[in-house]
Design a protein around this ligand. Structure first.
Ligand code: NAP
Ligand code: G4F
Length: 329
């Protein structure tokens, strides 16, 4: 059988690393879009950490540069395209609304256009987000729940989501949109709340810091493990028909309770260390997210395999390990 070629945009991010490993283990030839950086020595840190840096081919490009994307797709001739690249940090999207719209929104159109023009038979995955539900319209969010984004990031993702649906309906692309709820791992960016907490817990345990400054402790999220969620991305592209799927655990927990679990993993009390820092509050908040993954379970035979307690233990242990070995991520 011919080797399948996958192109991953956002390959240097958290999900890009886990998806690369997953696809390589399935026998794929994996290619990635690499945003040029002056710090070339650190761009593939996650790919190195997960052990696949030598097994992927990286191509210089940017989601905002359509002609470059066309050139890469002509070279790679992918059978599957995973569009994971984005300005993905919600808080930054108020500071950089235009950039967020350009990359996270219009970047999707660029990828869809490049696909339509060069490889319309390729299967396309769009990384949509539960942030599109924002001010939630139903207590449990499914594929039929109306959207109400609360940030420039959420609005940009919603545009990318509808463009994916539109290219499917207009041009017959096999384009699927995964509405993924928050998913975390030891490779999560340090600015996101889970990793900030697990890194903070590890530093406090090792006497490297005393307090952990956080914003809204009452916000609730449906947190899963990135390793489980990249499998769902792949499953969507193995279906005969493209479609949209909510991917979530079906359990929601507050930031405060996440702290309690993380501190207790190392025998500490969260209340002794967590302090409110208003700089981390947002102009508009998504108070609670809770996904209903019934469709994914029934149609993809997908379920979240890692519990929140297992996820937190893995993240705290990885951060302790990194700090003890003076490693950075
Ligand atoms: P991440 O770690 O922030 O990775 C984002 C990736 O996008 C990085 O590889 C980054 O490259 C790349 N990128 C940013 N701007 C780019 C540009 N202009 N051109 C090309 N590449 C660019 O994000 P993640 O957590 O892996 O998430 C993957 C995708 O899923 C994102 O689209 C995110 O919005 C979406 N999503 C994530 C979650 C979640 O909970 N993790 C939930 C729902 C949806 P650099 O390494 O150069 O910065
Ligand atoms: O970890 P967060 O920054 O993630 P957020 O905003 O939910 O976005 C993540 O999940 C989305 C899916 O729903 C993705 F689409 C998106 O790309 C990203 O991966 O914040 C989670 C919650 C928020 O309510 C925030 O206000 O934690 C709250 N929080 C409280 N203190 C904090 C902090 N968030 C951050 N980043 N830092 C804090 O100190």
């Amino acid at each position: 059988m011919a080797v399948k070629h996958a192109l991953i945009t956002g390959i240097t991010g958290q999900d890009g690393a886990y998806l690369s490993k997953f696809l390589i283990e399935k026998g794929y030839e994996v290619h990635g879009l690499l945003r040029r950086s002056a710090s070339a020595d650190v761009v593939d840190t996650r790919l190195k950490w997960i052990g696949v840096a030598e097994n992927v081919t990286l191509h210089d490009g940017n989601l905002t540069d359509l002609s470059g994307l066309i050139r890469i797709l002509e070279t790679v001739e992918p059978t599957e395209i995973y569009n994971l690249a984005a300005q993905s940090f919600v808080k930054s999207s108020w500071q950089q609304p235009y950039l967020t719209g350009l990359v996270t929104g219009l970047g999707v159109t660029n990828m869809l256009e490049a696909t339509r023009l060069t490889c319309p038979q390729a299967r396309f995955y769009q990384a949509s987000s539960s942030e599109m539900f924002g001010l939630i319209q139903e207590p449990e969010q499914s594929e039929s729940t109306p959207f109400y984004p609360r940030s420039p990031y959420g609005a940009a993702k919603l545009y990318g989501h509808w463009m994916t649906v539109n290219y499917r309906e207009s041009f017959g692309l096999h384009a699927s949109s995964g509405i993924l709820f928050n998913h975390e791992s030891p490779l999560r960016g340090i600015e996101f709340v889970t990793r900030k907490i697990t890194d903070g817990v590890a530093r406090i345990k090792l006497d490297l810091q005393k307090t952990l400054p956080l914003g809204n402790l009452d916000a609730k999220r449906d947190w899963g493990h990135a390793r489980d969620y990249v499998k769902a991305m792949w499953l969507m592209l193995q279906q005969d028909e493209p479609d949209d799927y909510v991917i979530a655990t079906g359990r929601t927990v507050s930031v405060r309770d996440f702290c309690t679990l993380a501190f207790s993993h190392v025998g500490l009390n969260a209340e002794d260390h967590v302090v409110l820092d208003e700089r981390y509050l947002r102009p508009a908040e998504v108070n609670v997210l809770l996904g209903d993954p019934t469709k994914a379970r029934k149609k993809l035979d997908w379920v979240a395999e890692t519990t929140l307690e297992e996820l937190i233990a893995e993240m705290v242990d990885a951060d302790l390990d990194r700090l003890r070995h003076h490693e950075h991520l």
